[in-house]
Design a protein around this ligand. Structure first.
Ligand code: GRF
Length: 192
């Protein structure tokens, strides 16, 4: 079985990266993570990559004068590793139109809400503030409009009385760790 070459882009803890690493370690999973890129040198996900013996490159956005130059630096490394699919996993940078177009149909993101509800960087807090009765997570293809690409799959979680952001996000995270490996597998089945 062909293992598709995947890069995971992170900015932080990388618990979704970990879920993808774990899935890829099973023999019948159709992907391998060949590269991790972090735009922050402090991201714990870099340690997760090292533990799994996956090369991790730190490409700091602050070192590049424009978004396009930062994205070009990432593309160079992605090409070196013959990456076929990108998974954004808590990657907190907007991508240039050129980068998004280059990876169209081959770049996934995970978002902590039931899109199209609660787009943006504060999705969990926004769902609570809106008094929603349920939330969840979405894996979608990345398009130029933020959090608006084709939805691959979603998972719901209840919002319970007394929930605060950390508790709800924890509940969503548990679902994300199940959902992201399933979504990546589904995308691979679609594109091959
Ligand atoms: C996740 O909740 C994801 O939906 C959002 O950022 C968070 C990343 O968490 N885009 P982690 O770094 O994977 O633990």
């Amino acid at each position: 079985m062909k293992k598709h070459r995947v890069a995971v882009l992170i900015s932080g803890s990388g618990s979704n990266l970990q879920a993808l690493i774990d899935a890829c370690q099973t023999t019948d999973y159709p992907a391998e993570i060949v590269l991790v890129i972090s735009n922050k040198e402090t991201a714990y996900g870099i340690t997760r990559a090292a533990n799994a013996k996956i090369p991790a490159h730190i490409i700091r956005h602050v070192d590049y004068p424009t978004r396009e130059e930062f994205d070009a630096a990432m593309n160079e490394v992605l090409q070196q590793y013959n990456v076929e699919i990108i998974c954004l996993a808590g990657f907190m940078r907007l991508l240039s139109a050129g980068f998004v177009q280059k990876w169209a149909g081959k770049m996934l993101n995970i978002h902590p809400s039931l899109l199209p509800n609660f787009k943006g960087a504060h999705a969990v807090a926004d769902a609570l503030a809106a008094g929603a009765k349920e939330s969840g997570c979405t894996v979608h293809l990345v398009s130029e409009e933020v959090d608006a690409g084709e939805i691959i799959t979603q998972s719901k979680v209840p919002i319970l009385a007394g929930d605060i952001e950390e508790i709800l996000h924890q509940r969503i995270h548990e679902q994300e760790h199940i959902l992201y490996p399933l979504a990546l597998k589904k995308l691979i089945a679609q594109i091959q």
